[in-house]
Write a protein that binds this ligand. Structure first.
Ligand SMILES: Nc1nc2c(ncn2[C@@H]2O[C@H](COP(=O)(O)OP(=O)(O)OP(=O)(O)O)[C@@H](O)[C@H]2O)c(=O)[nH]1
Ligand SMILES: [Mg+2]
Length: 458
């Protein structure tokens, strides 16, 4: 348990109906009592915990706001500590004034994610569950939300713990064989060890496969629209968003910078990026735009290449197709309302089995097929794998990769029939790396890093 009492505004800044100031720690009740005067009785202490009480926050004689306040006694609270919450009027001023008073009365301003960090350090949540809290807050579609909720409820943790338990019981069996070789217990064999290791390895691989999906559900499928100038990239972006977000003109080189927007295609969150048309250019600003387009191209999960049906293929198009082909991609032949001059056969030949869709963004045709294709790629596992529990953060993925690499080493050592002690070291490492996912074997630096990504007041 912590000595310090922390406080923060837990609602988003801006104008709203209600703002909430949250206080957690040993002095939560004292601080609330100092700020808050109930309407009907003298003190919040005269009410049972968890009772929402109407009254005022006052600074001496000066009334600050009309509020509802509640005191919740730990450990059955979010942080597992004593918690007080004050619901004041929304807007920047009331909550800020109340927070300042709480700080004057002995609280310290909470760091990002510190409430959840305390929940973790007090054992109410494991680290994967704590990360899921941010997933819930940041969820952009219902599906992302469901995944975060499952993780918060321990879906991922359960899977990780199951593999850890397998490793632990294997370690126990090996240990017994080392410690009591002459006893009359069934001795473990290399074959048996190997069997267990391979089973754990497979479980880890299955989990690792979900990492791509987890990332996409959390951050959105990074989708980049590329193509020569004037082919209709910005028009496509606008059509998908159903709003005139990007400027569209018939002048090549209209889009100079990256335009990024979030989009929901049947539950799949997309982070879609419209780029500056890629071409050799002398214009400084446009050149910078083209460079940035290339950078986004490199990190995209999905590339949509737009071609102009009204023009014959040029060398730049062929070059772009070669790049795009190596990626998860869809080719759009746009402007099919015009007289078609492009050689579609050549495109099919270059692109092989990649999807090629004819569109006229101007007339609104082909967009449905584009959405169908994106959904299909996502769910067929072409872009990502479905699983019931998903690895959602880079941190989790990294720990899992190291656990896998250790178990692979254990498998090698076992195959070579090395002494049991050697095998044990690798299995123990794998066990420890898996523990990092749920926060059982992590250092303070990792914990600090996880919570520094949180919002204030959470
Ligand atoms: N005929 C026809 N014109 C289209 C279609 N889609 C877009 N256009 C037109 O093509 C021109 C260029 O469209 P943009 O969306 O600005 O093209 P862009 O690829 O973003 O161009 P840059 O930003 O310059 O790289 C505009 O005049 C659009 O109205 C289409 O399907 N058919
Ligand atoms: Mg544009």
């Amino acid at each position: 348990m912590f000595d310090e009492t922390i406080a923060a505004i837990s609602t988003a800044p801006g104008e709203a109906g209600i703002g909430i100031v949250r206080i957690s720690g040993p002095k939560a009740l004292d601080i609330l009592d100092a700020l808050f005067k109930p309407k009907r009785r003298d003190s919040i202490r005269e009410y049972a915990p968890r009772k929402m009480v109407y009254g005022h926050v006052s600074d001496g004689d000066e009334r600050i706001d009309e509020v509802l306040a509640v005191y919740m006694k730990g450990p059955g609270t979010y942080t597992a500590e004593d918690v007080a919450e004050i619901d004041c009027h929304g807007g920047l001023v009331p909550s800020r004034k109340i927070l300042e008073m709480a700080l004057k009365s002995g609280a310290r301003l909470a760091e990002r994610g510190e409430f959840t960090k305390r929940a973790f350090l007090n054992g109410r949540l494991d680290l994967a569950q704590a990360e899921a809290v941010m997933g819930l807050i940041g969820a952009k579609t219902d599906k992302s939300y469901d995944i975060a909720l499952d993780q918060l409820e321990g879906g991922l943790s359960k899977k990780v713990k199951a593999v850890r338990n397998e490793l632990l019981s294997l370690l126990a069996q090996i240990e017994v064989s080392i410690d009591y070789p002459e006893e009359d217990i069934e001795e473990i064999t290399y074959e048996k060890i190997l069997e267990n290791e391979v089973s754990a390895k497979e479980a880890m691989i299955d989990l690792l496969k979900t990492a791509g999906t987890g990332k996409i559900m959390r951050d959105g499928l990074q989708t980049v629209i590329i193509g020569k100038p004037n082919v209709g990239k910005s028009s496509l972006m606008n059509a998908l968003l159903q709003e005139a977000r990007a400027i569209v003109t018939n002048i090549p080189g209209t889009t100079r910078d990256i335009i990024e927007e979030h989009l929901n295609i049947r539950g799949i969150p997309l982070k879609i990026v419209d780029t500056a048309g890629i071409r050799e250019t002398e214009d400084m600003i446009e050149k910078m735009g083209v460079e940035r387009s290339k950078a986004f191209f490199n990190k995209a999960d999905l590339v949509i290449l737009v071609l102009d049906a009204g023009e014959a293929l040029r060398e730049e198009d062929r070059e772009m197709m070669e790049y795009v082909k190596a990626r998860k991609s869809i080719v759009l032949i746009n402007k099919t309302d015009l007289e078609v001059r492009i050689d579609e056969k050549e495109i099919s030949k270059i692109m092989g089995d990649k999807a090629i869709i004819r569109t006229s963004v101007l007339k609104g045709s082909g967009l449905e097929q584009l959405e169908d294709k994106i959904v299909e790629m996502v769910y067929s596992g072409e872009i990502f794998q479905r699983g019931d529990a998903l690895v959602t953060s880079a941190r989790q993925k990294n720990a899992l990769e190291r656990a896998l690499s250790s178990i692979n080493e254990a498998i090698e050592t076992t195959k070579k029939k090395m002494p049991y002690d050697f095998i044990e070291i690798d299995i123990k490492n794998s066990y420890a790396f898996l523990g990092e996912i749920i926060g059982e074997t992590v250092g303070d630096d990792i914990i600090d890093k996880v919570f520094s990504d949180f919002c204030l007041g959470k």
